[in-house]
Write a protein of this length. Structure first.
Length: 102
């Protein structure tokens, strides 16, 4: 039987900082989604919900941030593409709700 892992004080301190960032990220992601959902009624056609040019514009704006931290740009790109796919799905649902009611 192996002994249970006991994190050091240094690791516990890092975990606290990570947890704080997780809280901030979660709030920011929710706020971002709220803004995206607000955009749904401003788009006249369903096809306007997902605009590939806009997605690429966002990727081009955010991926250089990784360079400031010495992190591979693919890390941010992967996370942002997933977040945008999920956001677009929710915006599309909202667009449908609005337009089905008309």
């Amino acid at each position: 039987m192996t002994a249970a892992f006991i994190p050091s004080d240094e690791l516990l301190a890092l975990r606290e900082r990570i947890d704080a960032h997780d809280q901030e990220l979660a709030h920011m992601m929710c706020q971002r989604l709220e803004l995206i959902i607000q955009a749904a009624p401003l788009k006249p056609r369903f096809e306007d919900v997902r605009l590939e040019d806009r997605i690429e514009e966002i990727i081009e704006k955010i991926t250089p941030i990784a360079d400031q931290y010495g992190i591979d740009r693919a890390y941010l790109e992967t996370l942002y593409r997933l977040m945008m796919d999920e956001s677009i799905a929710r915006e599309a649902k909202r667009w449908q709700q609005i337009n089905d009611a008309r």
